[in-house]
Design a protein around this ligand. Structure first.
Ligand code: PEP
Ligand code: MN
Length: 272
């Protein structure tokens, strides 16, 4: 058995993870939005205020970026965390940001980051997972893009074993033979993982598709399949984004997304 503490057998009731007053895993469908990378104070504040006004529940932005090429923008680091804190102060939105290295955990604690995101590439970084097990903050655990469901739940088990049960799983697409999309979002994984585990499950249609035109329909499908929320990338000017521009929604797209998700949620007896 690769996991026990995170299994539905261990705890039959759905876990509701509280993120600064925002409940993930309850009847509310949560929307986490923001730029792929924190690029500047102005950019982040403006996006944060706009998505908040349109209905986002949390702000997400990367300060430490796991990039395929070491020559690509690596993120603003600590400066990015400071910017996120300012955006939280101005909007009241909890902040979600990726931690890549266990050595950065004290810095994340210093800025009181609300949700520690573990990226797909780090899903099996067991040193990081063990350290996050000792952190008293929710962990958003992305599925590795070549990880099986059991490997993903095994990774969650590492966090839980350290004492931290506040885990939010995120299906962000797996690698298949298909080339039209960046990855392939596994819709069936959403209800399946919710059967196997009591942890909340959200979907990331931005990284899964890599294409702005597919983000809204795949987000709708994810909620229809039982996801407890979505994580989407939003940019004021995607053509100019320092990372993941092609998959970033414009503010106008984001407005449409929220409108659609409200209707899907209501059809299922949930709300946004
Ligand atoms: C991200 O969230 O910006 C990111 C790099 O995602 P993933 O780890 O899913 O590739
Ligand atoms: Mn991204």
């Amino acid at each position: 058995m690769t996991y026990k503490l995170v299994s539905r057998d261990y705890n039959p009731d759905d876990l509701v993870v509280d993120v600064g007053g925002v409940e993930v895993g309850g009847r509310r469908v949560v929307v986490i939005a923001g730029p792929c990378s924190v690029e500047s104070l102005e950019q982040t504040l403006e996006i944060a205020k706009l998505v908040k006004r349109l209905g986002a529940h949390m702000l997400r932005g990367g300060a430490f970026k796991p990039r395929t090429s070491p020559y690509s923008f690596q993120g603003l680091g600590e400066e990015g965390l400071k910017i996120l804190v300012k955006a939280r102060e101005e909007t009241g939105l909890p902040i979600v940001t990726e931690v890549m290295d266990p050595r950065d955990i004290p810095l994340f604690k210093k800025y009181d980051v609300d949700v520690f995101q573990v990226g797909a590439r780090n899903m099996q970084n067991y040193t990081l997972l063990k350290e996050l097990g000792r952190v008293d903050k929710p962990v958003l655990l992305k599925r590795g893009f070549s990880a099986t469901i059991d490997e993903w739940l095994g990774a969650a088990e590492y966090v839980a074993l350290g004492g931290n049960r506040k885990i939010i799983l995120c299906e962000r697409g797996i690698r298949t033979f298909e080339t039209h999309t960046r990855f392939t979002l596994s819709i069936s994984t959403i209800p399946l993982v919710k059967k196997l585990s009591y942890l909340p499950v959200i979907a990331d249609p931005s990284h899964a598709t890599g294409r702005r035109d597919l983000v809204i329909p795949v987000a709708r499908a994810s909620i229809a399949a039982g996801a407890d929320g979505v994580l989407v990338e939003v940019h004021l000017n995607p053509e100019k984004a320092l990372s993941d521009g092609p998959q970033s929604l414009t503010i106008r797209d984001f407005e449409e997304l929220v409108r659609d998700l409200k209707r899907v949620a209501e059809a299922l007896g949930r709300y946004l």
